[in-house]
Design a protein around this ligand. Structure first.
Ligand code: ACM
Ligand code: ZN
Length: 629
């Protein structure tokens, strides 16, 4: 740590007393409130602001192509807000220039690491310093959040004011991920890029691309073309409950060229793309294309219903290993990521138990059972990828039968797997279903689009703590990050992905980036109001269900009565409700504390702001049966 050490200390000491995101009192007229998500490590708003004008110049260090690219992004972003393009110049030591925005890697604070940055906005100039390009990129994301939204009057073509502020920032975790399931439902490249854009603006840096599934294989494999010719298409999609198939042909895959394009697009936004090739389960699409890789020989058809398939790759057949290493060889060529996801989840062992080849392999390799056979399978894949200088990560099932020596674990069935792996010295990404499965309902289901089930509110995501308290400091170092997963069983359009991913993705971003002692749910909800405006400016189909009321009903069987709790997830909520079936208005009962219901009732409740209803009306029937009468 160089230049900022003394100052940093002062900031750290004052952090506890600081109230992030609130404007200083008394100058509300000139200064917009600062509202950055995820919340920076330290942030202090000062009096005054920088005025962006057509005469403002961006200065970058000479001979730094990366900084020039980053400056180009800033020019475009400022243009979209101000309506003019400011010039970029190469110049060393420009930090004293007036009416300037300086992007520099010089005199950056080394302790901020690969992704940290310092950003000082003064009336004279803006200086963004970081040791590396990633930090500059994240500093730019913070600058974007200092710009006015359209609701605040951007697009005026005049001077744009940027509030004076001093920020020192760096992330908590190195793996800040989002997964998109393109196997169950195919989304085009244009949307994949948008998905990456949205991640990047939230300072998320790892795009886990779930490329293969029972229901669709999405990566072109030159050596085995039937994987996509056959495995990427199906006759229909289950759109609701069992047997509700739309019988509309669905499919698609990404060519090598498209994959390279996406990887480069992501890299320019400091997002690493981690491809997942799921094995040995979730591979029915492979077996439809190449039935000889199954235990039974097939034939098979592309599945139309959701659910775990018994058919998995035969682990006793040498050809399975040849095909899968061929696939991984093309993966290694296409993806610069130092880590590849090999799946490993939900592989029923039924076929292996009945398969002569699998049983023979268990014997010849001195394995105890089918779990050890899976471990043998995964370890072979690990060994192959190590020859390509890549490590593996897998879902927590890869621990059953023994963890491959260098594997990292993605803990999804709760956190036990992640804890056990960290204790064994393996790196872990926490992605437990009950906190981070973004395909779950985010609020009261009757008001939500069809989801796979579960309830995962914005607040629950926000309050998630990825590093379990029971780990020692040494073990805790193995929790390298956290990730939200968007599975696609019932998410059949880009718009619906956006709806499920945001704003919960903003909560995830703060879990992954922000120091836990700085997190504050009320303050986050306040900042989210500004984030919604940004989403609107960008055309993201984010969910507004945080404005809806979630009823929770606890029945006391003995007393034959119920306690009703009403919750919302927006800033400064005001809830009105009725118990007689009438529409809630400002004249209805105002909700302050949980209330008792002793007779069958229809509860209707809604959130209000400024005298107007802001969300949908929640309707909750409480019947005799509910009350155990
Ligand atoms: C998973 O949700 N099957 C990893
Ligand atoms: Zn077999």
């Amino acid at each position: 740590m160089r230049k900022f050490s003394g100052l940093l200390l002062v900031w750290m000491v004052t952090l506890g007393a600081m109230s992030h995101g609130y404007a200083q009192k008394g100058n509300q007229n000139q200064q917009r409130e600062i509202s950055i998500i995820p919340l920076p490590l330290s942030l202090q708003q000062q009096a005054g602001s920088f005025q962006l004008t057509p005469k403002t110049t961006i200065y970058v260090d000479p001979h730094d192509a990366e900084l020039k690219l980053l400056a180009g992004m800033l020019v475009d972003q400022l243009n979209s807000v101000a309506g003019y393009k400011v010039p970029v110049e190469e110049k060393a030591g420009a930090h004293k220039k007036k009416n300037a925005i300086v992007l520099t890697k010089k005199q950056g604070v080394d302790s901020l690491g690969k992704e940290g940055y310092s950003l000082v906005v003064k009336p004279e100039n803006i200086v963004l310093q970081a040791p590396e390009g990633g930090g500059i990129f994240y500093g730019l994301q913070s600058i974007y959040q200092l710009l006015p939204t359209q609701a605040e009057g951007s697009g005026s073509k005049g001077s744009i004011s940027i509030p004076a502020v001093t920020i020192l920032d760096k992330p908590r975790y190195s793996w800040r991920g989002m997964m998109l399931d393109v196997g169950r439902y195919f989304y085009p490249v244009d949307f994949i890029k948008k998905f990456i854009d949205y991640m990047a603006m939230h300072k998320l840096n790892t795009f886990h691309w779930h490329l293969t599934e029972d229901h669709g294989w999405r990566m072109e494999v030159k050596k085995h073309p039937r994987l996509t010719q056959i495995g990427a298409f199906r006759k229909g999609t289950q759109v609701n409950g069992p047997n509700q198939i739309d019988y509309r042909p669905h499919g698609g895959f990404y060519t090598h060229e498209q994959i390279r394009d996406v990887v480069a697009y992501a890299a320019a936004r400091y997002v690493n793309v981690v491809p997942e090739i799921d094995m040995p389960g979730h591979t029915l699409a492979v077996l439809v294309a190449y039935p000889e890789l199954s235990c039974t020989g097939g034939p098979f058809e592309m599945p139309l219903q959701w659910g775990i398939q018994d058919e998995i790759l035969c682990a006793g057949n040498e050809k399975t290993y040849t095909v899968m290493t061929d696939v991984l060889s093309e993966v290694a060529d296409l993806f610069p990521s130092p880590i590849v996801h090999i799946g490993g989840d939900e592989a029923p062992k039924k076929r292996w138990k009945a398969c002569g080849k699998c049983q023979a392999r268990i014997k010849s390799e001195n394995l105890k059972d089918e779990h050890e056979l899976q471990s043998y399978f995964i370890t072979r894949m690990e060994n192959f990828l190590l020859t390509k200088n890549k490590k593996i990560i897998g879902w927590d099932e890869i621990m059953e039968g023994g963890l491959a020596p260098n594997a990292s674990v993605m803990s999804w069935r709760g956190i036990r797997g992640g804890i056990a792996a960290a204790k064994q010295g393996h790196d872990v990404v926490m992605s437990p279903t009950d906190f981070l499965y973004l395909d779950y309902y985010q609020n009261y289901a009757p008001l939500e689009p069809k989801a796979i089930g579960g309830l995962l509110t914005l607040e629950r995501v926000y309050k998630y703590e990825p590093t379990p308290a029971e780990l020692t400091p040494q073990e805790a170092k193995h929790i390298i990050g956290t990730q939200g997963n968007v599975w696609a069983e019932y998410i059949h359009s880009p718009e619906k992905v956006e709806y499920f991913a945001y704003p919960r993705g903003a909560a995830l971003a703060e879990v992954a980036w922000t120091k836990p002692t700085l997190k504050n749910w009320d303050n986050f909800k306040k900042r989210l109001e500004k984030q919604y405006e940004r989403y609107e400016d960008m055309g993201i189909n984010y969910s507004r269900s945080a404005y809806n009321v979630l009823p929770r009903v606890a029945v006391n069987e003995k007393e034959k009565q119920a306690t009703v709790t009403l919750e919302t997830f927006y800033h400064e909520p005001v809830i009105y409700y009725t118990v007689d079936g009438s529409e809630p208005t400002l004249e209805s009962l105002k909700y302050t504390v949980p209330f008792l219901v002793k007779d069958p009732s229809v509860i209707k409740a809604a959130g209000f702001r400024d005298g107007k209803r802001i969300g949908e009306v929640t309707v909750r029937h409480i019947s005799d049966k509910d009350l155990k009468k």
